[in-house]
Ligand binder design. Structure first.
Ligand SMILES: O=C([O-])CC(=O)C(=O)O
Ligand SMILES: [Mg+2]
Length: 241
């Protein structure tokens, strides 16, 4: 994968000025609005953002955006011992820019629920390799320890222990909490959840975010300035956009 150019890095920085729901708006939420929405996915069927199972452990961290590095963890298999955590670290290091690590937990459900998979050691190593956030469709642990690291920890919950597990795959397409991600896609995340879109769309997303933010700021200013419900209804219907 090609390293991010300075312009792409600047766009990723720019994206931090906007919340994740706004990013979903310009990516695909309103396909009929051709001016502000790119319509990249079918809004309900597209598997392009995370669902209510994903919880943000550190809402105070704000927004992050980066390139997806994916992996799959499961129960140890004596017939497949080739991969180790070092391979995930190498993949994070080889990412085109800041990495959002997507961790699929491929465990039987009863084990998955009590699998405190990631922890302070792993998260410290991932941060040093270049990660700005981790998203997993299962629990993890050491939330107190990881808090100080300043990277997003988005999980379905916490569990204090785990049994043996093994890395099954690195940089393969995965689905976590309804979001299907391929390595190298852009992932934007904050306390509302995460959304993905293709790297080539970075500029288009940034442009529309700026435009939509102006429209919404103006609309909310008008909504604050009147208590006339008919006027409120007209503003909400977009008559003054
Ligand atoms: O046992 C593990 O590998 C997970 C953990 O607690 C850590 O990374 O600190
Ligand atoms: Mg630990």
């Amino acid at each position: 994968m090609k390293n991010a150019c300075p312009q792409e890095l600047a766009l990723l920085e720019q994206l931090k000025a906007y919340d994740t729901p706004s990013v979903t708006n310009v990516v695909a939420t309103y396909p009929e609005d051709k001016e502000n929405c790119l319509g990249l996915y079918h809004p309900w069927q597209g598997q392009w953002y995370t669902d209510e199972r994903l919880r943000c452990m550190y809402p105070e961290l704000g927004r992050r955006a980066g390139f997806a590095v994916t992996c799959v963890y499961g129960l140890p298999d004596p017939g497949f011992t080739r991969l180790s955590f070092g391979d995930l670290l190498r993949a994070v290091d080889a990412a085109p820019g800041p990495a959002v690590v997507i961790v699929k937990q491929n465990f039987p459900q009863e084990i998955k629920r009590k699998n405190g998979l990631l922890g302070g050691n792993m998260m410290t190593a991932l941060r040093s390799a270049g990660a700005v956030g981790v998203i997993s469709d299962g629990p993890s642990r050491d939330v107190d320890e990881v808090r100080a690291l300043g990277l997003h920890y988005m999980l379905t919950g916490v569990a204090p222990g785990h049994g043996p597990f093994a890395l099954q795959a690195v940089n393969v397409p995965v689905e976590v909490c309804s979001m299907a991600v391929s390595p190298g896609e852009i992932v934007h995340l904050d306390e509302n959840g995460a959304v993905k879109f293709p790297r080539q769309a970075l500029g288009d997303v940034a442009l529309r975010l700026e435009r939509l933010a102006k429209v919404e700021a103006r609309r909310q200013q008008m909504l604050r300035e009147t208590s006339d419900v008919e006027q409120l209804a007209r503003i909400m219907a977009g008559l003054y956009d």
